[in-house]
Design a protein around this ligand. Structure first.
Ligand code: ATP
Ligand code: MG
Length: 254
């Protein structure tokens, strides 16, 4: 693979892309995952490739929601496993959330590769791999209706990074509180989730971990107040405004 010079103006974006390509070569990432990455990159460009104020607010609300959760689960797909396996494991330990591998394009080999990388990064137990533990969510056709009876099936709060709209809706219909990372503030997932972090997961996952640490001393009442004060619709509008303002600025100098 050609080496990317450190001085390249788009080094960060290129390194992320390389992780996905490597993940694809290693059997972690699906072809469709590469397309999702491309879609995400386009929105990241429009957002200015930085974590904005709206995303910061969503991260804080997500941290509070995770600390309040009784049975939280983090759903892991190929893109997340390729992009930030170490941080996902760290977050799961910090908020005592279970990890569940859940794939839109079900593939046992890919599932095993994802489990392997999570274990390599310190995960002890990963749900979603035993056929005898599988249960079905209703109202969804894809393989992702299959969830683990000890994981998402009984979870109160589910973190689903880079998720598809149908599945987010199925999780909501099943009564779950849904937290997602999605660079596209217009996607169905963004609009269906309870808390949408509109940011590149590679930037915001560390901020979420740090906020979980900062808020861990707060009372349940204070945490609930943070969650109650968060309005996902408004937050999405703020993100769209961030794109609009960026474009307005660029329209003046382009
Ligand atoms: P939806 O089904 O919600 O309408 P979609 O069909 O456009 O959205 P999916 O492939 O189902 O997209 O979901 C993947 C989502 O993940 C996309 O919205 C994409 O912008 C987002 N995404 C891709 N890479 C990243 C990343 N690194 N960080 C955050 N979000 C990302
Ligand atoms: Mg989709």
């Amino acid at each position: 693979m050609p080496l990317i010079p450190k001085s390249h103006p788009r080094i960060k974006s290129l390194l992320i892309r390389e992780k996905l390509v490597k993940g694809f070569d290693n059997g972690l990432v699906a072809k469709e995952g590469l397309l999702a990455q491309g879609r995400g990159e386009a929105f990241d460009y429009l957002l200015g490739e930085k974590t904005g104020r709206a995303a910061m607010n969503a991260i804080k609300a997500a941290a509070a929601q995770l600390l309040l959760a009784k049975t939280p689960v983090i759903s892991v797909n190929g893109n997340i496993a390729a992009l930030c396996p170490r941080q996902i494991v760290r977050l799961s330990k910090q908020v005592k959330a279970k990890l569940e591998v859940n794939l839109f394009y079900a593939d046992e080999k890919r599932k095993r590769a994802i489990i392997r990388i999570l274990k390599k990064n310190g995960a002890n137990k990963i749900l979603g791999s035993s056929a005898s533990s599988s249960r079905e969510l209703s109202g969804i056709d894809s393989a992702r209706r299959i969830v683990d009876k000890d994981g998402i099936f009984v979870a109160d709060v589910v973190v689903v990074p880079l998720e598809d709209g149908d599945r987010t809706m199925a999780l909501r219909n099943a009564g779950k509180t849904v937290i997602t990372f999605d660079l596209n503030p217009l996607s169905r997932t963004s609009h269906t989730a309870d808390i949408t972090i509109v940011d590149n997961v590679t930037r915001s996952i560390d901020l979420l971990i740090s906020d979980c640490g900062k808020l861990s001393e707060k009372t349940q009442k204070d945490l609930q107040k943070i969650v109650d004060n968060f309005d996902n619709r408004k937050n999405l509008r703020d993100n769209v405004m961030q794109i609009k303002n960026n474009l307005t600025r660029r329209a003046k100098i382009a």
